[in-house]
Design a protein around this ligand. Structure first.
Ligand SMILES: [Zn+2]
Length: 275
């Protein structure tokens, strides 16, 4: 019982410490982040708006640079990832303002702790997993579905995903809302689920980094395409989590499933696109 009563205080202390760390990354702050869903819903890129940059590192790993210069590293599976170009396996190149991990499977977490230790960046993921990491307490930004962290000029919203997570935590996706109100949705590993309608209603993601890998592990490309058709109105769809392992969908499977959709942006690992 004592443990149960003590937990909320531990969580609060950890969060308070963590928020100090995040706000300490002040150099990149351009403006306060769009506070909430309504701001995102109204968002259209203003004429002359600064773009945000998306670099695909292979599988579900991405580097995002906000219009204000905030660097976010998502699902850093790099050194053991056969699709990550050699120059992106040198972990010393990463100096993110935060590391975001959708769930605790190895193909999403592999290099998170090493990069966190070397860079001092906090790790944002499910509370139960982050709490057990071998990193300083101030770098542990554990959260849960519905939570929001502010990193530089980016609001990081934690949203559900229909998958599993081992050794701990739970699967999630991330919606990043930028200061100009635009947003990007990294789905994490997920199958299609009805609450995607709420993610659309709340955040209107303009760019979606979409799990299409299928095989044993999640939405196949056709089901992922159906999720877009039913629930979302993005300007760009970037497929991910395919062709890394033999069990996953191939590039040909992906392009066939989205045939005729001009919003499809097929990236190659190591490539950077601006949106
Ligand atoms: Zn995965």
């Amino acid at each position: 019982m004592k443990r149960i009563l003590a937990l909320p205080l531990v969580v609060l202390v950890a969060l308070a410490a963590a928020l100090q760390v995040v706000t300490g990354f002040g150099a990149a702050i351009a403006a306060p982040p769009a506070a909430g869903p309504l701001a995102a819903a109204a968002a259209m890129p203003a004429a002359g708006a600064k773009p945000f940059k998306v670099t695909w590192l292979g599988h579900a790993a991405f580097e995002i640079v906000s219009p204000g210069g905030t660097h976010l590293l998502i699902d850093p599976f790099l050194k053991p990832n056969g699709k990550t170009p050699p120059e992106f396996k040198d972990l010393s190149r990463y100096k993110p303002n935060a590391i975001l991990v959708t769930h605790s499977h190895f193909d999403h977490t592999a290099d998170a702790v090493e990069i966190a230790k070397a860079s001092g960046a906090p790790v944002i993921s499910a509370y139960e997993w982050v709490d057990g990491l071998d990193i300083p307490a101030a770098q542990k930004l554990g959260g849960n579905v519905g939570g929001t962290f502010t990193v530089g000029d980016v609001a990081v919203h934690l949203v559900p995903a229909s998958h599993s997570s081992a050794p701990s935590g739970r699967p999630m996706g991330f919606v990043l809302t930028f200061a100009d109100g635009r947003s990007l949705y990294h789905t994490g590993d997920t199958w299609i689920f009805g609450d995607m309608a709420l993610i659309q209603e709340l955040y209107h993601p303009e760019v979606i980094l979409l799990n299409v890998g299928g095989g044993y592990y999640g939405s196949d490309p056709k089901t992922a395409a159906l999720a877009i058709k039913k629930y979302f109105t993005p300007r760009a769809i970037v497929p991910m989590h395919f062709a890394t392992f033999p069990a996953l969908a191939t590039e040909a499977d992906v392009t066939a499933a989205f045939k005729g959709d001009a919003r499809l942006v097929m990236m190659t690992p190591g490539q950077t696109r601006e949106f």
